[in-house]
Design a protein around this ligand. Structure first.
Ligand code: MN
Length: 743
């Protein structure tokens, strides 16, 4: 008998087909599905449902080696999203009272006599499973702390709000608590921890919610890291004196449960995050860690280039999901241990600076640690090391943001790890990881730091551009004269001033005849300052019929400009703002350093902005010709008929002009009449610095303000007033504008 059994077993294992999962079991009622690898073992099915519905029992299922889908027992269907039902509401009423609330349902609140309402009267159930607005609270204001409220879906124990009193929260079954389970009324009459909320597993944060709460708080943190913080909220320039006052740890879970797609998107998200950070006026020190069974730091805080955003980005891009061979493990604690080690090293090297450094941890994981022990324990050690204790003010020195990766995040675990602070949010769970990308992309839109110079929003190729957000520093100038209108451009350089060309104006132009438009706002002119040395007829003895030397003017506006994401200032060389944009720090940075960075070598990549049609600004890339290449500009100018009789061409093209145009090394687009006064700009990383003011050209091949089609004449050259040579004059006129010019 024995051999026969063996034989039959062998035969069976040979005959055993590779299992396939049953396609019928994943057809979802009311929704759609997609498979990563057909019905093969290891393939994942992902469900999508229409807005306001969610896939039950989960967003995805996996084809298991036994030929069953994970969670196969429940037949997949799209179910209606519910918002949590208010189970307790203190000192008031709400209507209607129902067992279940669906998307679009509206709750109306009312407070009893003697109680004041905080929060909205009405709240609407939204497609992401959350009620609109903040929690509605009825408070008699008798406590030391305000009534902390009860979020829908929660019960609260404790109704006395004196200092040291505690309230505790629990969520109804099938819901998870985000935020703090327990809060204490503190000495300063505010509640400890973060406001709780109850969520069903399918509830998610929208990109807008994340961008708003995440960046609003982070920009405060950046500003707080400024030792010389200007208290005036209206002028919030950030001036971190030296780099390294903020550490940012980016930690990415590369374990099997996360999957390669989510890991790659986490990489993209990190890159966008760093790029956005790099456009603020501060320079953090980065660390990047990926982990599965083990943690692998890709960038250490102590690395020489850990403050170099581009180098850090490069190393993130090179990270591979496959670097973590043993993917079964999820050792979140090991990743936090790396953070702990790096902080210890920093502490040993410079304890004073260490204690002044703020720390941000950005953890992207689905939770579900399964080895290495409790990650919260490591977090506790990190807090100890930073000397963060209950009731001391050092909470500001650590922010732990946790982003739930994937649909099957362990909400409890990510909530535990995230910071709990009042009123900020630190834990986010999004419907898809690409929503995270959108959230970070929107960060600049909501940033409060608007006076930062030379910013521009970039638009991906598949998205329609908002030219005003792309070129937020361009001003349009109109001069109305008897029977005609002249158009010029300018650049916003401060709240009250527009930099432009002097030749746009006649000596007898009335101020009321000049209007300035920025974005969709029109401004009246208080004063027009033209350079005292600008004198068109001043070089006739040198046979220059019309001199443009010192072609610079500043328009002073009657009212100040309100900066917004559509209206922002341009960077001028030799200002502190430009030091930030150029990432040149410290007191030793001189004006000459800016000029050296912006204008060196024979060819400098630059651009100007042309308005081909109404509301259709276009970037035109050109090369500034310097040194020998500039001499060629002069030679070409001499060859042109109307300049032939000038004995010394340098009287027309003085050293105060930058030269663009011509056909070498590339054909430069020409400037046209309406471009006059506009900025010639050098892009530096993601910032823009004005080096010239469009002044005049040798050949006019434009039709009014439009470039003629066809080849650009080879001898065509454009000249721009060199801003760096006009700085004494500009500085004097802008001395009240807070630009902080360098020596
Ligand atoms: Mn995992």
């Amino acid at each position: 008998m024995l051999p026969l059994i063996l034989l039959s077993q062998v035969a069976m294992s040979i005959a055993l087909p590779t299992p396939q999962c049953d396609l019928n079991k994943i057809i979802i009622a009311g929704g759609e599905y997609s498979l990563t690898n057909g019905t093969n073992v290891g393939s994942t099915v992902q469900y999508t449902c229409p807005e306001g519905k969610y896939p039950h029992p989960s967003y995805s299922q996996e084809c298991l080696p036994n030929g069953n889908w994970s969670k196969q027992k429940a037949k997949p269907e799209c179910k209606a999203v519910q918002c949590p039902r208010p189970v307790m509401f203190e000192s008031g009423e709400f209507y209607p009272r129902k067992d279940r609330y669906f998307v679009g349902d509206v709750l109306e609140f009312e407070c009893w006599g003697g109680f004041k309402m905080f929060g909205p009267v009405n709240r609407t159930c939204q497609p992401n499973g959350k009620w609109s607005g903040e929690n509605t609270i009825c408070d008699d204001q008798e406590g030391d702390c305000p009534n902390p409220g009860i979020p829908p879906g929660a019960r609260k124990v404790g109704d006395s709000y004196k200092i040291e009193n505690t309230v505790k929260y629990t969520c109804e079954p099938r819901m998870e608590l985000f935020g703090s389970k327990e809060r204490v009324c503190k000495e300063d009459k505010s509640w400890s921890g973060a406001e709780p909320s109850c969520r069903y597993w399918y509830t998610f944060d929208t990109p807008k919610e994340v961008a708003e709460s995440f960046t609003a708080h982070l920009s405060e943190t950046i500003e707080a890291s400024d030792p010389d913080k200007v208290e005036d909220q209206a002028y919030r320039a950030i001036k971190v004196q030296t780099g390294g006052l903020m550490n940012i740890f980016i930690i990415m879970d590369a374990s099997k449960s996360v999957g390669v797609d989510n890991f790659n998107t986490a990489k993209d998200v990190s890159v966008v995050f760093i790029e956005r950070m790099a456009s603020y006026d501060f320079i953090p020190r980065y660390s990047v860690i990926s982990y599965a069974s083990f943690a692998k730091p890709a960038v250490l805080l102590s690395d020489d280039d850990s403050t170099d955003a581009e180098a850090v980005i490069e190393r993130i891009k090179n990270l591979k999901y496959s670097e973590h061979e043993d993917k079964q493990g999820t050792n979140t604690r090991a990743a936090l241990y790396e953070v702990h080690k790096m902080l210890s090293l920093q502490n040993v090297r410079d304890p004073k600076k260490f204690m002044e450094t703020r720390n941000v941890i950005l953890l992207m994981t689905d939770g579900k640690h399964n080895m290495g022990g409790d990650p919260n324990l490591e977090m506790k050690y990190i807090r100890q090391m930073l000397n963060i204790r209950k009731n001391n003010t050092r909470e500001d020195y650590l922010d732990v943001y946790v982003f739930g990766l994937g649909d099957e995040t362990d909400n409890n675990e990510i909530n535990e790890l995230a910071s709990k602070k009042n009123p900020e949010k630190h834990v986010f769970k999004m419907q898809s990881i690409s929503d995270m990308l959108t959230a970070f992309d929107e960060m600049l839109d909501v940033a409060e730091i608007l006076q930062m110079c030379g910013l521009s929003r970039e638009f991906p190729p598949d998205q329609e551009e908002d030219v005003q957000e792309k070129f937020p520093w361009i001003a349009k100038i109109t001069i109305t004269r008897a029977g005609s209108e002249e158009k010029c451009k300018g650049s916003i350089v401060s709240k009250f001033f527009i930099l432009t060309a002097a030749h746009c104006f006649y000596i007898d132009d009335a101020l009321h005849a000049i209007t300035v438009k920025v974005g969709d706002k029109t401004f009246k002119v208080k004063n027009l300052h033209r350079h005292e040395k600008y004198d068109p007829a001043g070089k006739q003895d040198k046979k220059v019929p019309n001199s443009f030397d010192y072609d610079v003017a500043l328009i002073e506006l009657e009212k100040n400009i309100e900066f917004s994401r559509k209206i922002r200032p341009m960077c001028l060389p030799c200002t502190t703002g430009t030091s930030w944009a150029l990432k040149q720090r410290g007191k030793s940075v001189k004006c000459a350093d800016h000029v050296q960075t912006l204008l060196s070598g024979e060819l400098v990549k630059a651009m100007f902005i042309a308005e081909e049609k109404e509301k259709a600004f276009q970037r035109k890339d050109v090369f500034i010709k310097r040194e020998n290449k500039r001499l060629a500009c002069l030679d070409d100018t001499k060859k042109i008929e109307k300049f032939k009789d000038i004995p010394d061409i340098k009287d027309a093209v003085t050293d105060n002009f930058l030269c663009t145009g011509g056909i070498e090394p590339e054909v430069d687009p020409q400037t046209c009449k309406g471009d006059s006064g506009g900025p010639l700009v050098v892009p530096f990383k993601r910032r823009f610095i004005q080096v010239g003011i469009i002044s005049w050209g040798t050949i006019n091949s434009c039709n009014g303000s439009k470039r003629k089609p066809g080849p650009v004449p080879a001898l065509s050259r454009d000249f721009h007033t060199d801003v760096s040579r006009m700085l004494d004059w500009i500085r004097e006129k802008l001395k009240e504008e807070g630009l902080e010019f360098l020596d």
